[in-house]
Write a protein that binds this ligand. Structure first.
Ligand code: ARG
Length: 456
């Protein structure tokens, strides 16, 4: 069993079952790299404050650097008997530099480390998720280009509504993704990793030493390190998990978008709709029914919504009513965070490939576009431009549609003599002109038809 970071006041050894129950190493090992970062900054702060001499500082920093190299080379194997990642890194350091390692944890607390680590994790993952959203967006844009002028069937209440462009339909998802990307960016900008909170009350190292330590650290990592600040409220800092809840919320909204998208594609690829052909490499078959091609990827995306919303609710509930400041309950913030991040990244990665592989069944769509009900709103609008009040136009076209349904005929086949019994302004030439997909699309002047670029 690995050594603990505490124990002096205890006479009895920890109960084995409780020890296992209380560990977090099995998931928080993912924070190893940033945990070492925290140690590097803290070592500089101790050094600047005269608590470590030059030689000690050098020895500690180069050992910490070695650990980073091991992590980056994929050679880092956490000792699963450690209580958590902070303990694990500490023990690792001890193996490398012996007793000197005991000085690194001077005036530092895991309460401070953990929130720092998690903020870095969120920053890193926010960037990855933003990049992945961008890939999905690119796939949408290329599909939009491919089916540039293709008319499609628009629905409300899952009932046929009006003719739209397929690219306009896709553009709606493009807009959602851009908002998702911008929400991630706002989240990224709002996260500030602090240093110097101690357990809750701050430490006796001077603020300017933390400033200097952060400065010396900057050369170790990329731009994210520029966000690190010396702490303003140590009490808030160790108690705060708002940033995780915000991140989980941003992820939940992305998930909701992906789930709605999945549901649409599932629906449109059923034999009942049959508008889309799905890329085979993301579908599966049935062990009994030889004909099946099932949209399992999309079903799993839709299904994972439960997990992702659940993760958010789980943390909100864990945090509710927690007394100030750090409480061990907060250790349970990590699994929901990691789970949502990992799921959404997998989904986005696959979705970017999936979208590119969608094919439209143009013939079936063309047949669906013959449905005259899809042009009822356009016909009413046409009558409005002929000077008829919209409510009256609505009524006239409603009656025409009903008449066609009852008599199993088409409005386009009605002679002028019949059309005029509904409205004197109607004639078959105009009806033929108006009740067409090209008219339905070109008559819409209010749309700018533009997918904005996500904020950089
Ligand atoms: N592993 C813990 C967590 O993830 C940090 C431990 C803090 N423990 C403590 N006794 N202060 O929250």
């Amino acid at each position: 069993m690995s050594k603990k970071l505490w124990g002096g006041r205890f006479k009895k050894a920890i109960d084995k079952d409780f020890e296992k129950f209380s560990k977090s190493i099995q998931y928080d090992f993912k924070l190893a790299r940033v945990d070492v970062f925290h140690s590097i900054i803290h070592t500089f702060a101790l050094s600047g404050s005269g608590l470590l001499n030059k030689k000690e500082t050098k020895t500690i920093i180069s050992a910490l650097n070695e650990i980073i190299k091991e992590i980056d080379a994929g050679k880092f194997k956490p000792d699963m008997s450690s209580e958590d990642i902070h303990t694990d890194i500490h023990n690792r350091l001890e193996k490398k530099i012996g007793k000197l390692s005991a000085k690194v944890h001077t005036l530092r607390s895991r309460n401070d480390q953990i929130v720092f680590n998690e903020k870095f994790y969120c920053l890193d993952e926010a960037i990855s998720i933003k990049d992945l959203i961008n890939e999905v967006l690119k796939s949408f844009l290329s599909l939009m280009k491919k089916y540039d002028k293709q008319p499609f069937i628009g629905y409300t209440h899952t009932q046929r509504a009006q003719v739209i462009l397929f690219s306009d339909y896709l553009s709606a998802f493009g807009h959602m993704l851009v908002r998702d990307s911008n929400r991630i960016k706002k989240f990224y900008d709002s996260v500030i990793p602090y240093i110097g909170a101690g357990a809750l009350a701050g430490t006796s190292l001077h603020r300017k030493e933390y400033f200097k330590a952060i400065d010396s650290f900057l050369s170790f990592d990329d731009s994210k390190s520029g966000k690190i600040k010396s702490v303003e409220s140590s009490i808030d800092n160790v108690s705060d998990r708002d940033f995780i809840m915000e991140f989980l919320n941003v992820i939940s909204i992305i998930q909701m978008h992906l789930s709605r998208l999945s549901e649409d594609i599932i629906l449109y690829s059923t034999q009942e709709f049959d508008y889309l052909d799905l890329p085979e490499e993301f579908c599966t078959g049935s062990s009994l029914m030889p004909h099946k091609k099932n949209p399992d990827f999309l079903e799993l995306v839709r299904g994972y919504t439960g997990r992702i919303y659940g993760n958010q609710v789980s943390l909100m509930t864990t945090m509710k009513g927690l007394p100030m400041t750090y409480n061990r309950d907060m250790q349970l913030d990590k699994e929901p965070l990691f789970s949502s991040v990992e799921i959404i990244k997998d989904e986005l990665k696959i979705m970017a490939k999936f979208i590119k592989g969608i094919r439209l069944k143009k013939k079936i769509i063309a047949e669906a576009l013959l449905d005259e009900r899809l042009y009822a709103a356009e016909l009413a609008e046409f009558l409005v431009f002929k000077g008829i009040a919209f409510k009256d136009a609505h009524d006239i076209v409603g009656k025409l549609i009903r008449h066609a349904e009852d008599n199993k005929t088409r409005i386009k086949q009605m002679p002028d003599s019949v059309l005029k019994t509904f409205c004197a302004r109607l004639n078959s030439v105009d009806v033929a002109k108006v009740m067409r997909s090209t008219h339905a699309i070109t008559s819409k002047k209010s749309i700018k038809r533009k997918v904005p670029k996500p904020d950089a």
